[in-house]
Design a protein around this ligand. Structure first.
Ligand code: HEC
Length: 115
């Protein structure tokens, strides 16, 4: 039997919905709802999900927002849960940028300016 592309699409969207909250883009894991509630009011959750850091740096980012951007204080349990979530699901990554294009593969410069 041929697998309908529509069925395949539906199936893959169910698989994704199990891990990622569609509205916020946050990974659904322990503590994600605290992050959804506290971290999307001033900027997109995408600013959170595009960041990678260890626990200490996540804490520094939060302290920076508390000191300069009017982010509210958290009770210890909430802060701990947010930090565990962020450090576990958005940990540092060695290199998230692609390598530069080697010069021989670059297109020629269209115009050489001479003065
Ligand atoms: C009271 C408002 C507010 C809340 C709530 C808030 N932030 Fe922010 N956050 C900001 C502002 C303002 C910036 C700077 C935005 C910019 O540069 O465009 C920022 C920037 C960031 C950045 C980018 C930092 C960088 O170095 O570029 C990250 C990551 C971040 N926030 C994560 C979070 C997380 C995680 C939470 C929840 C714990 C959160 N934010 C809640 C105001 C807030």
């Amino acid at each position: 039997m041929r697998c309908s592309p529509l069925l395949a699409l539906l199936f893959s969207s169910f698989v994704m919905a199990a891990d990622i909250d569609v509205a916020s883009g946050l990974i659904k894991a322990d503590g994600w709802e605290q992050v959804r509630i506290h971290c999307g009011g001033c900027h997109s959750h995408k600013l959170v999900t595009s960041q990678r850091a260890d626990r200490q740096t996540w804490l520094a980012i939060i302290r920076w927002m508390q000191e300069t951007q009017n982010l509210w204080q958290f009770d210890a349990a909430t802060e701990n849960s947010i930090l565990n979530y962020l450090a576990t699901n958005y940990p540092p990554q060695a290199d998230r940028r692609r390598a530069p294009i080697p010069p021989p593969l670059l297109p020629p410069r269209p115009v050489v300016n001479r003065r």
